[in-house]
Design a protein. Structure first.
Length: 581
């Protein structure tokens, strides 16, 4: 026989064919050449390999279920969008895949695929009862090798049974990666030591004293809790240092983060986060997940801090009555003369209301830029900080691209040569009152008997016409602006510290916007008022800012603004999740 046949790995069907070929050679009148060809073919390595592949496919189809190769295709599609979006203007292929992956039916298909792959469908069927001897408990033996890395699991005493159970598995930790230990598993033995009647501390000591392989004898929990990884991303609105948190059940397991960071919530003990959740930093896939405080816990903590501040009589930003120098239409307590021009741009409500908002985590999702449909850019900041100047400079770079909405105006005593639709749209008092009542204005106010206002509609129509709409409303307008229909990108223009503020403004002969005629520079009192006002805005609204630009050196601040606006036009950015769904 040939070498292929001699190695014993020969396919039996091919062997039989070869034998019958030899038999047929005796009786059939075909030529030697034809027999030789068939014989060589049946013994060739290529045919042998093909038959092997064929058999493998058949046996796989028969005996084993097909498994999805991945269950996060939607996530991968989003990552692809991330990668290709900066290149859509450069390569047609990138643009094509970008448009394709954004189509709702493609995304629907990927989501459906992932839901099936993750078995994420309802109703959940009860576990099939196993035919087991009632008295016989299923025990699993799990061996983990002890290393410097923490085990990634916590234990507690079950209140009902008094037994030691696994309380929590840290996503991505050693226990989680093993896939063998689950929340609720009852610990019977650790390294052969029976832990019945022992406290979690006793068990920890056993673990600490163990070297090398650690063997657990566990009674598996009935159901596998927390198997599904959540897709929730949140933006944190506070800094967190787990080592200083007295409420965290295990300090080593905490995840530290800073304000503004995006966290991937991999599990929440329940939908309202009454208990701590687990999260990992967005984009940090290899990292072990850590514990973060629940929303409810953090809210309580913030309320407590605020009440302490109020009690101590500190000059709190949280209390309207103690803030000097604030400008509010309903509280003219400012030491300096109130700035009449500003009042017309205040919304009717004062910002007491905003104090009620306790920012902890905000669920976010990525919003992909749509060519030709740009998000409005909103500049927020204390009066006089330079928002108008920055807006004016931006529009001047390309007046056909950047536009600011035209406000509406009701004039009490006839207009003098003003053209309708140029600087203002002129409307009747009734119409203006009606639209204010219907909440159609982002901001409005009265000045010298005339009514002024900017409508949400005027912003929308600029956006729909393909312009980049840029506006600098009063900060109280944020409530009306930050809605899914407008999807604004909010930039906070922050004043620099007093000395720098004074120096830069004086050096540029800046005109005080507190003076009706803009005929003089800023006074020290006005600089201070700007800084006070900025503290207050930050306290109330910082969680709504997408970006902060400090306006010290004007040209640097402007460069930063140009970069930001460019990013908004081209990059996927995090927005409240409700804007995307
Ligand atoms: N970084 C800066 N350095 C020097 N001068 C500046 C700077 N930024 C703004 N200014 C000047 O400060 C003055 C006030 O700026 P601007 O009118 O833009 O303020 P604003 O924030 O729009 O105020 P308001 O909201 O009260 O209208 C202007 O004369 C402007 O040129």
């Amino acid at each position: 026989m040939t070498t292929v046949m001699a190695n014993g790995n020969w396919d039996p069907a091919l062997s039989r064919l070869l034998v019958s070929l030899e038999e047929a050679r005796q009786v059939l009148p075909s030529s030697e050449e034809e027999f030789g060809f068939l014989s060589d073919l049946l013994q060739s390595k290529e045919l042998h390999a093909l038959v092997k592949v064929h058999n493998k496919i058949i046996s796989n189809g028969k005996d084993e279920k097909f498994h999805p190769t991945l269950s996060n295709s939607m996530q991968i599609a989003l990552e692809v969008l991330d990668v290709v979006s900066p290149k859509i203007g450069v390569k047609d292929e990138c643009k094509e895949i970008f448009m394709l992956l954004q189509k709702p039916h493609i995304q629907g298909l990927l989501c459906a695929h992932d839901a099936v792959a993750q078995k994420d469908y309802f109703p959940r069927l009860p576990e099939i009862p196993l035919e087991v001897d009632e008295d016989e408990e299923t025990i699993k033996i799990v061996q983990l090798v002890k290393s410097n890395e923490p085990l990634g699991a916590t234990i507690k005493t079950d209140e009902e049974t008094g037994k030691i159970v696994i309380a929590r598995i840290m996503h991505g930790g050693a226990a989680d990666r093993s896939g063998l230990i689950h929340v609720g598993d009852e610990v019977c033995e650790v390294n052969g030591i029976n832990v019945e009647g022992k406290t979690p501390n006793d068990v920890l000591k056993i673990l600490q004293n163990s070297e090398g392989t650690i063997t657990f004898k566990l009674v598996p929990a009935d159901g596998k809790v927390g198997l599904r990884e959540s897709k929730v991303r949140v933006r944190a609105h506070f800094d967190y240092i787990s080592s200083t948190d007295p409420y965290i059940p295990c300090k080593e397991a905490g995840l530290d983060f800073v304000k503004g960071e995006i966290l991937h919530i991999v599990s929440q003990d329940d939908a309202y986060w009454y208990k701590p959740g687990q999260a990992r930093r967005e984009g940090d896939r290899n990292m072990r997940a850590g514990l973060i405080p629940s929303r409810a816990l953090q809210e309580r903590r913030i309320l407590h801090e605020r009440s302490q501040m109020d009690k101590s009589g500190e000059e709190g930003l949280c209390s309207v009555s103690v803030l000097p120098g604030c400008q509010s239409p309903k509280s003219p307590r400012c030491a300096s003369k109130p700035k009449t021009k500003k009042i017309m741009y205040d919304t009717a409500e004062n910002d007491d209301f905003d104090r009620e908002e306790i920012a902890t985590y905000e669920e976010v999702a990525k919003l992909y830029p749509r060519p030709g449909l740009y998000r409005p850019v909103v500049l927020i900041g204390p009066p006089g900080v330079g928002r108008n100047e920055l807006k004016r400079r931006l529009i001047a770079t390309d007046p056909d691209k950047y536009k600011t909405p035209t406000p509406c105006k009701y004039v009490a005593a006839g207009r003098h040569g003003e053209v309708n639709g140029k600087e203002y749209f002129f409307v009747t008092r009734e119409k203006m009152d009606e639209e204010i009542e219907a909440g159609k204005f982002i901001e409005f106010g009265e000045y010298k008997g005339n009514l002024y206002g900017t409508s949400a509609e005027s912003v929308k129509s600029l956006v729909n016409a393909g312009y980049v709409c840029i506006l600098n409303p009063h900060y109280q307008a944020l409530k009306m602006l930050r809605i899914p229909q407008l999807k604004p990108y909010i930039i906070y223009i922050k004043p620099p510290p007093f000395d720098v503020l004074k120096e830069t403004r004086n050096a540029a002969y800046a005109r005080s916007t507190f003076d009706e005629n803009n005929s003089r520079g800023f006074t020290d009192e006005e600089f201070n008022e700007m800084l006070h006002s900025s503290e207050r805005i930050e306290f109330l609204y910082a969680h709504l800012f997408d970006e902060v630009i400090e306006n010290a050196d004007l040209s640097k601040a402007f460069e930063q603004l140009v970069r930001a606006v460019n990013r908004v036009e081209t990059e996927p950015l995090w927005v409240p999740a409700s804007w995307v769904q």
